[in-house]
Design a protein around this ligand. Sequence first.
Ligand SMILES: O=C(O)CCC(=O)C(=O)O
Length: 261
Amino acid sequence: MIDNPSQLKSHYDQQGYFVIRDYFTGAEISSLREVVLKFHQLWKKDNETFYKEEAFNSSLITGSEYLSFDDRVKLFNFISSKKIMAVVESVIPAKPSFMNTQLFFNPVNPQQKDFWHRDCQYDHEVEEQKKAILETQVVHLRVPLFDELGLELVPGTHKRWDNEEEYNVRQEKKGRLSSENLSTGKAIKLAAGDLLVFSADMIHRGLYGMDRLALDILVFDPAGDFADYVDDDCLPETSMLSQLDDPSLYMNTLHLKSIKR
Ligand SMILES: O=C(O)CCC(=O)C(=O)O
């Protein structure tokens, strides 16, 4: 368990991320990997063309489409385990809420390049992005299931706007490409067992290569208006809640959704 939550929080506040090395045991990762690989095999078969032509991630891993009831319960219990909740609560102390999961892998096409982005750029135009990074953000917890090259981040950009180089590269302006290197980037190599926590709205890119397969857990502060982004099917069914050691992460989301209806 973490013994320095306030240090982690202040690193996160200043830099937009932190890493905890060797946070999970080999047994924890292998049991998670077993469930996630079942999802991945079925998802790949079902999305063959997309997978072969352009995909680099899937989402809704906790949903009912590919995993059985028992495997979903296992996954929900991992996501809201004491270890994960201690980290989540260090960053979002009041009523942290579950949003989704994503699974990142290498694109099949070797020409496909890793690219810089802020997650909010897919929902917002530039002026809105500027606002979004000043408001409540979504937090990613990356759990690598195999050793990987990890992520490259631009520390501090969860709170500040892009400099000219960052903007031109990320938004592909003035002839720049989003796959070019940034002088401000910091690569964080990850091993299975490590945990990387980072702000989804900071400038970042996944680094393709090795045998990467990483589960990203997305959580949000209820002060942000994100409940509509949550797909009902990725939340536990009512009959699952009693089988979860600590369902509060999901209950918080269910509550936010219920008051919106
Ligand atoms: O690993 C990747 O390919 C990208 C990761 C990413 O963009 C994210 O986790 O938001």
